[in-house]
Design a protein around this ligand. Structure first.
Ligand code: OGA
Ligand code: NI
Length: 341
């Protein structure tokens, strides 16, 4: 898939416009209306807002406050819980390079923290690549931090499942299609706190908060503070690419479709290219990446293929696809061992 940006203009000389995104209200009793709005969004931009999702604004504020507390710790404190091979823990600035073709010299100007599904070391399931124990800041350093994040992880999963039901209906599937054990019954679900440090991005120099990319899984729920920075490109093959700003919306999740949904839906629902440009202000966001179980075979859905429209992508196991995408975008952990020795 073409994931790369071919745009060279700086945002100053090439002002972008704000994208108008559909609003999906999870409290709307008229499910057909939600299905219609979601389908329209998925066919257009692959991005939409989700409101009335059940997570209170007070709790979201607490999650952001805790996230800020973590990133404000001294670097040596954060490096004590550096990301491991299970993708848990702290990712320093430049750890990730989402658009290697255009980020020639450096990676993303963001730091992050990954929290996954907690599986004990003595549980045989923990041998699976994205299962294991999480890393946590010491409770005396950040009291209540783990509890806040665990609660958010649980609540965001419920929001993701509710959106999954509407997606299933939009694809003419059974409403519970994504609820099956191999789907979201035993999901890989990763919460990622993000902090953009206030650098100014310059696309012509390959400098980005987050380089242009598509997300990997089913959907991503994104909560942001009120600083703009997220941009989407509806047509990744256009030259030059056109980028639209996505406005932050207090209390809403910005939801976007990932590559696995593009594969399931045979390209009907596209995973949209997006990136983050820094404008000199610090910015915090919280992403929740929702993927099916490790063993799920991601293959063209029965409702998305026909004799004249055969599957465009070969079936692939979720764990293989995800491992490949993580390896392609993250630094090799051995560089940190070298730095520390
Ligand atoms: C991501 C992402 C956007 C943001 O983490 O995949 O696109 O606003 N984040 O931080
Ligand atoms: Ni993304």
């Amino acid at each position: 898939m073409g994931k790369q940006s071919n745009e060279t203009q700086s945002p100053v000389s090439n002002p972008t416009k704000f994208s108008i995104l559909n609003l999906i209200d999870l409290s709307n009793p008229n499910i057909n209306q939600s299905v219609h709005l979601l389908k329209q969004a998925c066919l257009d931009s692959g991005f939409f807002y989700v409101i009335n999702h059940g997570i209170t604004e007070e709790f979201m504020d607490e999650v952001f406050a805790q996230s800020k507390r973590f990133f404000s710790l001294p670097l040596n404190e954060k490096m004590k819980i550096l990301r491991n091979e299970k993708h848990r823990g702290y990712t320093p600035v430049l750890d990730e390079t989402l658009d290697p073709e255009h980020q020639i010299h450096v990676g993303d100007y963001k730091e992050g923290f990954y929290i996954g599904v907690e599986v004990d070391e003595d549980d045989p399931e923990s041998s699976k690549p994205f299962y294991g124990t999480n890393k946590w800041p010491a409770p005396d350093v950040l009291p209540g931090w783990r509890e806040t994040m665990e609660k958010f992880h649980r609540e965001a999963l419920e929001v993701g499942k509710a959106v999954g039901k509407i997606i299933a209906l939009a694809l003419d599937l059974d409403v519970d299609f994504f609820e099956k054990p191999e789907m979201l019954g035993e999901p890989i679900a990763t919460l990622r706190l993000l902090h953009y440090g206030g650098q100014i991005s310059d696309p012509s120099e390959g400098l980005f908060g987050a380089g242009a990319h598509t997300d990997f899984g089913l959907i991503t729920l994104l909560a942001t503070d009120d600083i703009a920075g997220l941009q989407i490109c509806k047509d990744r093959d256009a030259k030059p690419q056109k980028w639209e700003d996505v406005s932050p919306l207090k209390g809403a999740f910005v939801v976007n479709l990932g590559d696995m949904l593009e594969r399931w839906s045979n390209g009907v629902f596209k995973s949209t290219l997006h990136r983050v440009l820094g404008n000199g202000q610090e910015r915090y966001s919280i992403a929740y990446f929702l993927e099916p179980s490790h063993d799920c075979l991601v293959e063209c859905l029965p409702t998305c293929k026909s004799e004249t429209n055969p599957p465009k992508f070969p079936p692939i196991l979720c764990r293989d696809y995800l491992s490949q995408r993580y390896n392609d975008t993250h630094a090799d952990l051995s560089i940190y061992k070298k730095q520390q020795s």
